[in-house]
Design a binder for this molecule. Structure first.
Ligand SMILES: Nc1ncnc2c1ncn2[C@@H]1O[C@H](COP(=O)(O)OP(=O)(O)O)[C@@H](O)[C@H]1O
Ligand SMILES: [Mg+2]
Length: 293
């Protein structure tokens, strides 16, 4: 059985009586299992937001948030819908400024430099983002991944020269074994889970330092979700990963640190174990309590 899935219910069939569904024995934390011990040593701070405030006209979407982002860790942003998770995530690589009416206060730092001082294309190469709905370009698998490389100034480079970095990105995204012999296939003919891993490969091809994922599994089936969760844990070693998820079980499985947001404010930030098992704030307890309770 897939170790990531909660055990199925046991159906006891009794002749001449209605079926009785007996719940499976309770595993620790009601079905969510921490997938691997977290790394506690040698975490490097890649990013930091200081007093970050983002408004859309009169609407305050993010309010005075301070938060570090570490390489070697997965940071999960959790909280109810509309609490500012996507807005915070999109601010990290300055996508939010593309929204008309959006304004930002406070500071965002990447490796010690203010992101406002970094040329924006290069910033978005260093901090790349994967969205909720897989959005491969209507071109071949190969060209999707090569796109980022060609954008980086190697437009005239021959396919043979791009093959090694394309393969590398597909391998890191856990997709090479499935598609390596069929790179000319149109990306839109892949399954949803494959498309999302292709989008991750495309993001990785630029060799980013920070990977932003906005509910990357919400359109996927459980098996694809499990594949992507494993992938995220592997990627964590070489990048900083920030994932927005409304799936608390997922946050519990893969996050090293968790930031719980509520109405634009950062209510609680800490190690995943602490936030889920020993929350400091009533709001956090109420929110995560529903998941494991
Ligand atoms: N483009 C926009 N224009 C105006 N308000 C927006 C826009 N995008 C988001 N908001 C508002 O900002 C708040 C935070 O939204 P969002 O960051 O998408 O939250 P989450 O990702 O946690 O669901 C919400 O109240 C939402 O309605
Ligand atoms: Mg969102």
């Amino acid at each position: 059985m897939d170790p990531l899935m909660p055990p199925p219910p046991i159906r006891r069939i009794v002749v001449d009586a209605p079926h009785v569904v007996v719940p499976a024995p309770e595993p620790e934390t009601n079905g969510a299992v921490r997938m691997r011990p977290r790394v506690t040593t040698d975490v490097v701070e890649r990013m930091r937001v200081e007093e970050l405030t983002i408004t859309y006209g009169p609407k305050v979407a993010v309010n005075g948030v301070n938060l570090p982002v570490h390489q070697g860790e997965v940071l999960a942003l959790i909280g109810p819908s509309g609490c500012g998770k996507t807005t915070l995530l999109r601010s990290l690589n300055r996508l939010v400024e593309l929204t008309p009416g959006a304004a930002r206060g406070g500071k965002i730092v990447l490796d010690g430099d203010d992101v406002d001082a970094i040329e924006v294309t290069s910033l978005r190469r260093r901090i790349s983002m994967v969205f909720q709905q897989p959005n491969p370009f209507p071109m071949s698998i190969f060209d999707n991944v090569a796109y980022a490389l060609r954008e980086q100034g190697s437009k005239r480079v021959k396919r043979a020269e791009l093959m090694a970095p394309v393969r590398n990105a597909l391998e890191r995204a856990g997709l090479w074994d499935e598609v390596g012999d069929d790179l000319d296939r149109p990306a839109l003919r892949m399954s949803g889970g494959q498309q999302q891993r292709l989008c991750i490969a495309r993001a990785l091809a630029a060799d980013p330092e920070v990977l932003l994922l906005d509910e990357p599994c919400s359109a996927l089936d459980p098996r694809s979700t499990a594949t992507i969760e494993e992938l995220i844990l592997q990627l964590r070693e070489s990048l900083a990963v920030v994932i927005v998820t409304h799936n608390l079980q997922q946050a519990y499985r893969i996050a090293d640190r968790v930031a719980f947001m509520y109405l634009g404010e950062l209510v609680e930030y800490g190690l995943a174990e602490d936030v889920f098992e020993r929350p400091q704030h009533t709001r956090t307890a109420e929110y995560v309590g529903g998941a494991f309770g």
